[in-house]
Design a binder for this molecule. Structure first.
Ligand code: ADP
Ligand code: MG
Length: 569
């Protein structure tokens, strides 16, 4: 076939394929337009997961009658005019192709009016062609209705998922915009029923409650970087005790644009290092603010990929800010105790209450009053007085604000971990020569790994030398391990090293394995003096509340809870 220039209607369908992948992509573009137009309230409606209808109504600036047609032309935008503008984009849209793309693959109706006009404009397009246009009364703002998405692109229609799935994507998208723009009111109606709304109060915590529920929202820790030029980081992160099995709860915005970015994910996980159990992920909602000339948003048609001009600055600002929120705010898990006054009593109170209709509201207010911004407890432990040991596993101690149960193994792990880290940093890991060297016989694969890793082990305090074949001589071990099972520890460390990966990550794993084998076991009887020693050492660590695997070292039963339990309150 000879080369031809594709007809416009083919070209636009190809381009539309990149912008409009599914119903949620339509809602995304329309919501972004509404935000760019300065809307305060954005109402969305969908039927059958958007496959039948999607409607986005805003109270923004509207489009002047003379420009409505132009808005649907390809590469038409009011948001930039010169190539140089691409270097500092402050709006969500700028490519001027969303409306054109949507109109090319659906039936679209727009009703819009600007402040200065008496009448609005109604226009309907099918497959990109205007089929109707007239003046009509309309509120200020813009209402775009999109019907029968992909009715003229059978290949795409085939790939649409069930209505519930598509509806899920739309709801997910809307809640994320609500999180990014707490000062705007969002409302989502699904098949005629209200499915989500935010108040527009400007408080991110309010939206968090709407999205994740009260119980999770009240545990989240607020993050805010110091006000300084460069990179600003703000949002909420979960305390180490609250985690999920996938990365699905890591949400990032850059200048309030939702983005997928590996760098930001890495920076956050780095901040949680040693605080979370293996393969668990935190809940994170962060907005990273950078000057618009420090980020390139024109990487992909969906604009969800970005490039930072100075990625290292962004990485360290995010990592530092989140880490600080975690160290300042990690609370000790509380033993949760049912409220002393059962629900029914409270209900009766409210029915009898003098201002009955307001009673429910008062109750709600009381509940939210229990929920000020998550309390930032100091990382440092209060002074604890050891009472005794139970099940040879937990140390009981009294503090100024209640009773503490401390896991002796986890606590000791934390102590040893920080000690070893400090020794390594000073390059003076203390080790001890064995009176008689220990002979180790390893399976061939392990033996091969060990021979190649003797240096890493030396850095932990092991002196091991090959003794021919698969045999090794252990001459010295880290001081903390002297009483532990040396052969088992070496074998476990070799297994860790065998998994491969980044050097630092491997060293870290080896270190944690060593610490785990060296720490006092559960089931060991401890003398009062030993327990006091351990608690004193724990008090001196930087992160006394979790072990290096991320499990809590202690739980706390507050004096207040006890009083409730015994009916003193
Ligand atoms: P872009 O957002 O990249 O500029 P679009 O195709 O999404 O491109 O929109 C084209 C133009 O139409 C916008 O630049 C804007 O001027 C106008 N427009 C679209 N939606 C709205 C809206 N909801 N309110 C006001 N103007 C709008
Ligand atoms: Mg747009």
């Amino acid at each position: 076939m000879p080369i031809i220039v594709l007809p416009d209607e083919v070209a636009i369908k190809i381009a539309a394929g990149e912008v409009v992948e599914r119903p949620a992509s339509v809602v995304k573009e329309l919501v972004e337009n509404a935000i760019d137009a300065g809307a305060k309230t954005i109402k969305m409606e969908m039927r059958q997961g958007g496959r039948q209808t999607m409607r986005v109504a805003d109270d923004g600036a509207g489009i002047p009658a003379a420009e409505v047609e132009l808005a649907f032309a390809r590469h038409s935008t009011s948001k930039l005019s010169r190539a140089a503008d691409l270097d500092h984009i402050a709006t969500l849209g700028f490519r001027g192709e969303a409306l054109a793309s949507i109109a090319a693959v659906a039936r679209v109706t727009i009703l819009t009016r600007t402040q200065g006009e008496d009448k609005g404009t109604l226009m309907r397009l099918e497959g990109g062609k205007v089929v109707r246009r007239e003046s009509q009364g309309a509120p200020q703002g813009t209402i775009v209705t999109v019907e029968n998405l992909f009715y003229n692109v059978p290949a795409r229609l085939k790939f649409l998922r069930q209505a519930v799935t598509e509806a899920g994507h739309i709801a997910d998208l809307v809640t994320h915009y609500a999180l990014a723009y707490p000062h705007l009111r969002f409302q989502l109606i699904k098949d005629g029923r209200l499915s989500f709304q935010s108040t527009g109060s400007g408080e991110l915590l309010d939206v968090l409650i709407q999205v994740y529920g009260l119980e999770i929202a009240q545990q989240m820790l607020q993050v805010a970087s110091d006000q300084q030029p460069g990179v600003q980081v703000e949002g909420y992160v979960s305390p180490p005790a609250l985690h999920r099995s996938g990365r699905g709860y890591l949400t990032f915005f850059v200048n309030r644009r939702r983005v997928q970015d590996r760098l930001l994910g890495k920076a956050v996980l780095e901040a949680y290092h040693t605080l979370l159990p293996k393969d668990r992920y935190p809940l994170v909602i962060l907005n990273v603010g950078v000057d618009c000339d420090q980020v390139d948003v024109n990487v992909h048609p969906t604009k969800s990929e970005i490039r930072f001009l100075k990625p290292n600055d962004v990485f360290s600002a995010v990592q530092r800010t989140v880490r600080r929120a975690l160290t300042e705010g990690t609370p000790i898990p509380m033993v949760s105790v049912p409220r002393a006054r059962p629900e029914t009593t409270r209900f009766r109170d409210f029915e009898r209450g003098p201002k009955s209709p307001g009673g429910q509201l008062a109750l709600e207010l009381q509940r939210t009053a229990d929920l000020p911004a998550p309390q930032a407890l100091p990382t440092k432990l209060p002074m604890l007085r050891v009472l005794g040991q139970i099940w040879q596993t937990y140390i009981t101690a009294e503090g100024p604000d209640g009773l503490y149960l401390i896991d002796q193994h986890a606590a000791h792990e934390r102590v040893l971990y920080e000690r070893l880290k400090a020794e390594r940093a000073r390059r003076e890991v203390s080790n001890q020569q064995l009176l008689t060297p220990l002979t180790l016989d390893l399976p061939p694969r392990q033996a091969a790994i060990l021979s190649s890793r003797l240096e890493e082990l030396a850095e932990l305090g092991f002196e091991i030398e090959p003794f021919g074949g698969e045999t090794f001589l252990v001459r010295a071990v880290p001081a903390m391990l002297v009483e532990g099972d040396i052969a088992q520890t070496v074998a476990d460390i070799v297994d860790e090293l065998a998994e491969g990966g980044q050097v630092e990550a491997l060293e870290e794993k080896a270190l944690i394995t060593l610490v785990c084998h060296s720490a006092v076991r559960a089931g060991k009887v401890l003398a009062l003096e030993e327990m006091r020693d351990l608690i004193r050492q724990l008090e001196e660590t930087d992160q006394p509340r979790t072990c290096p695997h991320g499990r809590p070292t202690m739980i706390h039963l507050s004096a207040d809870n006890l009083a409730r339990q015994f009916g003193r309150r």
